[in-house]
Design a protein around this ligand. Structure first.
Ligand code: OXD
Ligand code: MN
Length: 606
């Protein structure tokens, strides 16, 4: 085994726990060589050249897209695989009813057999990385061992990778142990296993995104949520943004949305003209780690260092800041290629180019039903490219969160915005979060899938216990944020969206900020507070006010059905569901019933 040195032969670490574990994993996987990554520019050059030479990366037009490359994954390996993702806690109950579970001994045995000799003829890269600002008490260290140069180059963009992580680790044994081999990219031999009690992740048989960039969903959410429960903090599938007023007042907001609800767009939003002088600053677009500070506020850091965003639908209207972010130093995966070495995807600006190579590398036929770019094609870009990057994105203390938002895609029922009465009610909003599936994903439109806190695929332990942890956290946050539910996707009876969305969401965000700062009105309903007409700033917005009224309406019949459906979902979670959440559901139903009685009585006497 080579000693841990960087590309120039300088010593990298003396950490005996780490060196021993790397040796052990090398004995199992039997690579031809072990290369320790230092995160330097020289290393990036070397690895990029190597990736180009071996066809893993295709250089794009360097005049138009400097430092940008295209990667095409195996067509059988284009997304996260929830059905092959396992939480391997000692008991099935600890993983809970919403996760796939495998016993740890069985998982180590099964995957151990697959890893045995899996790196023969290959290089094992040792990728040290920090999730969170280097040196911060929020942050965690991970080491990913991988045989994929694509993974190394992506980890370099998505995390603080290299020597800094080893320096922060020092002699400590406290690091996440991640092992990844692409094996033969065979879905039959593909498993993503998490061992929270061992702070370990084993991923085999995939080369794609969330399955293999182990810092992201695997460590920052699944293992992170488990560590957070033991250590008194929260690992959440939330963007973090700062809202700056023209007077320079800054308010931080964290927001959870299931996929395909425009999280990256919201995190990088540009306010409309009416909001002259207002600015949105991105701290993170996908994950928030939050813990109480000494002042009793909840402080959040973005553990990531880059964006792994969905390309289709990204354009100068939906997300101008993202378009600037991905103009250089970006790895594109599974997008289409233009004749002059540019990139294209469905929903990009301008006319569809006449000649395109599709995401599989074949000439694209515009008449064929298949898409030119894969619907889950991605960009991996450094956050430092983002013109709206918050200057506190790397602050070791994190930013104080004044509002927490939960949002989904709902054609009916859920108003444009609603504020919870209190922390428990906020946890209820998150616990019952639902979003409608799109035709592309399921073939059925409008089916509500409950995705609690947008964490359904990412919670590393039992969901009911996770809600209990959220509820208990109130005891440690004496200066708590306010909670909100939002829905940009409500439709009228003709199926037309009632709210324009995108930058106009700034108007909703302003109400949220003003509510969090106790300075704007609202209307109490049995479910929460909604803006009265006049509370939302609508100046310069050219849509009928009736549409806004319809978008913010709380319909008691719709909510009765909604609360019933939430009850059905709660039943699936088993005995660990905190009683207070079910009681809150029943109280909400009872409040609706009483209010209805009052309304009926008033109509009769009128
Ligand atoms: C993501 C996801 O890639 O949520 O961020 O799937
Ligand atoms: Mn995500």
């Amino acid at each position: 085994m080579q000693s841990p040195t960087d590309h120039a032969g300088k010593a990298l670490t003396k950490n005996k726990h780490l060196v021993q574990w790397v040796e052990e994993m090398a004995r199992l996987t039997k690579p031809d060589q072990v290369v320790w990554c230092d995160g330097s520019e020289e290393e990036r050059h070397q690895l990029t050249e190597q990736a180009v030479a071996s066809g893993v990366l295709l250089p794009l037009n360097q005049q138009k897209l400097p430092g940008c490359y295209l990667h095409r994954s195996n067509p059988n390996d284009v997304a996260r695989v929830e059905q092959l993702t396992f939480i391997c806690t000692p008991t099935k109950d600890e993983a809970g009813p919403t996760n796939n579970w495998m016993a740890p001994e069985e998982a180590y045995k099964k995957l151990g057999a697959l890893f045995d000799g899996s790196m023969k003829g290959r290089t094992m890269y040792v990728v040290p990385y920090v999730m969170g600002p280097v040196g911060s008490h929020h942050s965690k260290i991970g080491i990913e061992l991988t045989d994929s140069v694509y993974v190394v180059l992506n980890m370099r963009l998505m995390t603080r990778m290299g020597r800094a992580a080893l320096t922060m680790l020092g002699e400590s044994n406290d690091f996440n142990r991640g092992l990844h081999s692409t094996l033969d990219i065979n879905p039959e031999r593909r498993f993503i296993c998490h061992f929270p009690q061992d702070n370990t992740i084993w991923s085999v048989g995939s080369g794609y995104g969330g399955n293999v960039l182990l810092g992201k969903k695997c460590l920052a959410l699944r293992i992170g949520s488990y560590l957070g429960r033991n250590e008194g903090w929260l690992a959440e599938h939330m963007l973090i943004l700062g809202v700056e007023s023209p007077e320079g007042e800054m308010t931080y907001v964290a927001a959870a949305f299931p996929s395909a609800c425009g999280k990256t767009n919201f995190a990088m939003m540009i306010p409309p003209k009416r909001f002259k002088g207002w600015k949105i600053w991105t701290v993170g677009d996908d994950i928030a780690w939050m813990r109480p500070g000494e002042d009793g506020k909840l402080y959040a850091v973005n553990p990531e260092f880059g964006y792994f965003g969905v390309a289709p639908g990204t354009n100068v209207k939906t997300n101008p800041n993202a378009m600037k972010t991905i103009a250089k130093d970006t790895i594109y995966t599974n997008v289409a290629l233009t004749k002059d070495g540019g990139v294209w995807w469905e929903g990009k600006d301008g006319a569809t180019p006449a000649e395109l190579t599709d995401w599989t590398g074949k000439p694209w036929d515009p008449g064929a039903p298949s898409k030119a770019a894969h619907p889950n094609s991605r960009f991996t870009a450094p956050s430092t490219n983002n013109p709206a990057l918050s200057k506190f994105y790397d602050d070791p203390h994190g930013v104080p969160v004044s509002a927490i938002i939960f949002g989904g895609r709902r054609a009916t029922t859920v108003p444009l915005v609603m504020q919870a009465f209190n922390w428990m009610n906020g946890v209820f909003f998150g616990a019952t979060l639902g979003s409608e599936t799109t035709a592309a994903a399921t073939g059925k439109v409008g089916v509500v899938r409950r995705d609690p806190m947008a964490m359904l695929p990412f919670c590393g332990y039992d969901m009911g216990t996770y809600f209990g942890h959220w509820l208990r956290m109130q005891g440690t946050v004496t200066n708590p944020p306010k909670f909100f539910l939002v829905n940009w996707f409500r439709k009228n009876q003709d199926g037309k969206f009632l709210w324009p969305g995108y930058g106009e969401n700034m108007r909703v965000l302003k109400w949220i900020v003003d509510r969090a700062r106790l300075r704007v009105g609202g209307q109490e309903t049995p479910l929460g507070w909604v803006p009265r007409s006049g509370d939302l700033d609508l100046s310069g917005l050219d849509i009928p006010h009736e549409d806004v009224d319809a978008a913010t309406n709380v319909d008691l019949d719709e909510w009765t059905a909604e609360l019933d459906s939430m009850g059905e979902f709660f039943k699936t979670l088993g005995p660990t569901l905190p009683n207070v959440l079910e009681l809150h559901r029943q109280v909400s139903l009872e409040r609706i019933r009483i209010m209805r009685d009052g309304q009926k009585a008033a109509t009769k006497s009128a």
